[in-house]
Every structure is written in structure tokens, then in C-alpha cells.
Design a protein around this ligand. Structure first.
Ligand code: FAD
Length: 461
């Protein structure tokens, strides 16, 4: 059977753009459809604008720290509209670069919504239908909404926060995941009084317990207020724009803005997947095998829409691997166990591999190495900042199977620890590495004695 194209990609975000470019580079006739701005979540309303805003927020700490180093800083003032405009310029530049790279690869870009209408058939919003040998779903994810909360329409999500016309003086952040933590941390530094509300008893479920406590303490030091074990029941918008939020713990809080950051879900609605019998998980994620193909052999999925590891570099790697497998010389296997992730609070939290509590479930015996110290900069600045580092070492093989760093620039450090772990580094390799002095990272190679050992279900000193 002759098809119009070899590959039809739905979604020009991190994974879709990479797959389309690589497939076209292998000579496959490729179309990619996008219903919004080119670049997807990461470039337009995720990683990139978020990190720019994190940079903006950290000037607050620099100004405060400067006095300890002999500086007198004059009056400082932050102008939100200037930051929003500068961010817009940068993401417009990046989006144009994505567009140019797609064009250079030979893939055709169609700026319309697309959906599946039958086996190998995709329909564009214009009504045009295209037949494709392979279809790749790379439609990403969307913030989870909560219609069960009365007045939820008076809350916003991370999609809207980057372009607020007015900076909120009082902000409620709902949720305890990394996106909630990052916005609470950065908005507090930019001048908002932030209250973070979450169902759990601490931030960052799934991260190492000691790191979670360290992040919470750092946020408290920055002035963020927490309400654990509580969720909004009703959001009322008053005449002056104030949001009056009734919480499940019986308290009522008035703020200027409510940011709901309670998770994301795969964006599979309205894609016509049911028309060809694609299997979805209970969370509406497309179920794929390790080759990124669904139960329908011509339909593949990468990135957030599979709800596997929801990070940009993973979506990119998957898109690349799929295109290599379908149209190139075969794909390199993806190592998911050493994918690092970073929470861009201040300080940053970088993590790769097992947490201590995961290790108690997965390993027979292991050792925990820890460092908890006052970073050098804090000695003169007088800030209360702490740095915390932890290595999880397999007792049987001495391989480093987990690393957790809460410190300034932890994002930069954890990338290199992930490299060492991908090379199967042992604790001996860390010990054999000479330190770089004076740095915080040197602690990672100078942890001599374990803080505790776990052996056959028992903790030892
Ligand atoms: P996306 O990049 O979301 O792309 C999907 C694209 O498909 C979108 O452009 C969408 O408009 C389009 N689309 C959807 N349906 C259709 C359709 N039917 N027709 C046509 N087009 C369609 N990850 C990190 O690694 N580091 C970070 O620091 C980080 N920070 C984040 C901060 C925030 C606030 C958010 C929300 C996310 C962050 N992420 C981060 C996650 C990261 O953005 C995602 O993992 C990544 O974008 C997933 O890529 P994707 O290709 O799966 O989907």
C-alpha cells in the first residue's frame, strides 16, 4: 500500500520535533503537526521560561548576601512586566530556531491540530486527510484541573502564570510536586507572600526523605508558609479580585492568585485513539513497549503522553531512538535508571537513582554516605543555607546506585554524577577521584565513612 508520508508526527514539542528531524534526516517523508506554538511545553511554558524566572528570583538572595562581602547595595526594585517581556523575546527566538531546524531537516510543518481517523489515517483541522506508514503521538501532557473544587475557574495553572499581567502580592500554590515547589520558591523571592497548600505532610513525594526535609526548611527560611494536609474546597472571587479560599482544614485564606500545580496528565483527549483501538493506562497514557510502539503496530508514542519519565531530555531521547529504529540503522537502548532530575528551588535539588527508602525495598544490603554542611558562601553572607549530599552504595557490588544533592548548582553537579553512574562507578572510583577545592562538590569524593549500613532488613550504625 502506498502512503502519502512515511511518518506523521502529532505534536511539535521536545519529542516530536526530534523524531521528525531525525526521521527526515534518514530520508523518511515526514510531516509534523502542531496546534499551538512550536517547541512545546518545555520551550513555551515549562523548563525554559521557568529557569529564566528562577534566575530572576535569585538576585534577591545575591542582594541580601552582598553585605557580608563588603558591598552596599542600593534600593532594589523588581519589575514583573520587564521580566515577562524579556522571557517572551527569548522563547520566541527559541521557537523560531525549532522551526528553522525542522525546515532544514526537510520535515514539513503544518500548524494545525491533528487527530487519528482510521488505520494509518490522520485528519488535520482543515479537513485534509493524510495517510501515513507510521504515526507518532508526541502530544505531551496538560495540567490536571479540579472541577470538583467549587470556583476552580478562579485558579490558574502553570500555563498561565508566566504571562500574568499583574504580579500577585499574595499567592497560594496548591500542590507539593516539583512544579509547585519551584513556583513557590521563585515567586516568594520575586516579592510575593506565598502559601503552599498540599494534601501530603511534606513537599516532593518520591524524592529522598532527607532532601525533602532540606527543601522544606530552605523554603521556610525564604518565607514560604505551608499548610500541609489541606486542600482548597471552595475558591470565591471577591469584587476587588481577591480570591477567598476555604480549605479542607477549616481555615480561610485570602490571596490575589491561586496557582493549581497538582500534577499533569497525558494529553490524549480527542485524538481519535479509540477509533483504532489504542490501549491506554488508567491515567489515559498511551501504553507502549520498550521500542515505544503501542498495541497498534503503526502507532508509536514518546514523551509525556506515555507518562513514563516526564522530562524533556527523555522525550528527546525517545523521539530520536524511535526515528533511528524506524528509518535508520537501529536505536541505542535508553538507560532510564540513571536519568537525573532537578528541582530548581533555591538551593537546587538534584537526584539520580535510588532514594534511601527505595533501597530498603530493592537491595539486600547497602551503605548510606552523607554530608550536611554550611556552604562556604554562607559563612560570610550569614545566610542559614545548608548543603546536603547523600550517596546510596550497593553493599554487594559497591556500585553507587543513588545520589542526592541539595546545594547551589546541584543541577550542574548531578549531571556529572549521572555520567559516573552510567559508567557503573563504584564508591572506590569516587574515593580514588581527587577533590576540587574549594567547592561543595568535593564532598562527593571525600565521604570516608558510611553514616549507616542496611543489611538483610536491619539498620546498623
Ligand atoms: P510537549 O513538549 O508538551 O509537546 C507536545 C506538543 O504537542 C505541544 O506543543 C502541543 O501543543 C502539541 N499537541 C498536542 N495535541 C496536539 C494535536 N492533537 N495536534 C497538534 N498538536 C498537538 N522537564 C525537564 O526536563 N526539566 C525541567 O526543568 C522542566 N520544567 C518544567 C516546568 C513546567 C512548568 C512544566 C509544565 C514542565 C516542565 N518539564 C521539565 C517537563 C517537560 O516540559 C516535558 O517533559 C516535555 O515538554 C515533554 O515533551 P513532549 O514532547 O512529550 O511534549
Amino acid at each position: 500500500m502506498a502512503f502519502d508520508v512515511d511518518l506523521f508526527v502529532i505534536g511539535a514539542g521536545s519529542g516530536g520535533v526530534r523524531a521528525a528531524r531525525i526521521a527526515a534526516g534518514h530520508g523518511a517523508k515526514t510531516i509534523v503537526a502542531e496546534e499551538s506554538r512550536i517547541g512545546g511545553t518545555c520551550v513555551i511554558r515549562g523548563c525554559v521560561p521557568k529557569k529564566l524566572y528562577v534566575y530572576a528570583s535569585r538576585f534577591a538572595d545575591e542582594f541580601a548576601d552582598a553585605a557580608g562581602f563588603g558591598w552596599t547595595v542600593g534600593e532594589t526594585r523588581f519589575d514583573w512586566p520587564s521580566l515577562v517581556a524579556a522571557k517572551e523575546k527569548e522563547i520566541t527566538r527559541l521557537s523560531a530556531a525549532y522551526r528553522a531546524n525542522l525546515a532544514a531537516s526537510g520535515a514539513e510543518l503544518i500548524e494545525q491540530r491533528a487527530s487519528i481517523v482510521g488505520p494509518h489515517r490522520v485528519r488535520l483541522a482543515s479537513g485534509r486527510e493524510v495517510s501515513a506508514r507510521h504515526v507518532l503521538i508526541a502530544t505531551g501532557s496538560r495540567p490536571t484541573l479540579h472541577p470538583e473544587i467549587e470556583g476552580f475557574e478562579h485558579a490558574i495553572t502553570s500555563n498561565e502564570i508566566f504571562d500574568l499581567p499583574v504580579f500577585p502580592k499574595r499567592l497560594m500554590v496548591v500542590g507539593g510536586g516539583y512544579i509547585a515547589v519551584e513556583f513557590a520558591s521563585l515567586m516568594q523571592r520575586l516579592g510575593a507572600q506565598v502559601t503552599e497548600v498540599m494534601r501530603g505532610t511534606n513537599v516532593l513525594r518520591g524524592f529522598d526523605e532527607d532532601m525533602r526535609a532540606g527543601v522544606r526548611d530552605a523554603m521556610l527560611r525564604a518565607g514560604v508558609a505551608f499548610r500541609f494536609g489541606s486542600l482548597p474546597k471552595r475558591i470565591e472571587k471577591l469584587r476587588d479580585g481577591t480570591r477567598r479560599v476555604a480549605l479542607s482544614d477549616g481555615h480561610t485564606i485570602e490571596v490575589d492568585l491561586v496557582l493549581a500545580a497538582t500534577g499533569r496528565h497525558p494529553y490524549t483527549e480527542g485524538l481519535g485513539l479509540e477509533s483504532v483501538g489504542v490501549k491506554l493506562s488508567s491515567h489515559a497514557a498511551i501504553l507502549v513497549d520498550k521500542e515505544l510502539t503501542s498495541n497498534v503496530p503503526w502507532l508509536h508514542a514518546v514523551g509525556d503522553v506515555t507518562d513514563h519519565v516526564n522530562l524533556t531530555p527523555v522525550a528527546i531521547r525517545e523521539g530520536h531512538a524511535l526515528a533511528d529504529r524506524l528509518f535508520g540503522a537501529g536505536a541505542r537502548a535508553i538507560r532510564y535508571d540513571t536519568v537525573a532530575s532537578v528541582v530548581f528551588g533555591t538551593p537546587e535539588l538534584g537526584a539520580v537513582g535510588m532514594t534511601e527508602s527505595e533501597a530498603t525495598v530493592r537491595l539486600e544490603k547497602f551503605e548510606v554516605y552523607e554530608a550536611n554542611f554550611r556552604p562556604m558562601k554562607a559563612t560570610l553572607s550569614g545566610s542559614g543555607e545548608r548543603a546536603i549530599m547523600k550517596l546510596i552504595v550497593d553493599g554487594a557490588t559497591q556500585k553507587v546506585l543513588g545520589a542526592h544533592i541539595l546545594a547551589e548548582n546541584a543541577g550542574e553537579m548531578i549531571q556529572l554524577v549521572a555520567l559516573a553512574m552510567t559508567m557503573n562507578a563504584t564508591k572506590d572510583d569516587f574515593d580514588a577521584t581527587v577533590a576540587v577545592h574549594p567547592t561543595a562538590a568535593e564532598e562527593l569524593v571525600t565521604m570516608r565513612k558510611p553514616s549507616r549500613r542496611y543489611d538483610g532488613g536491619e539498620w546498623m550504625a
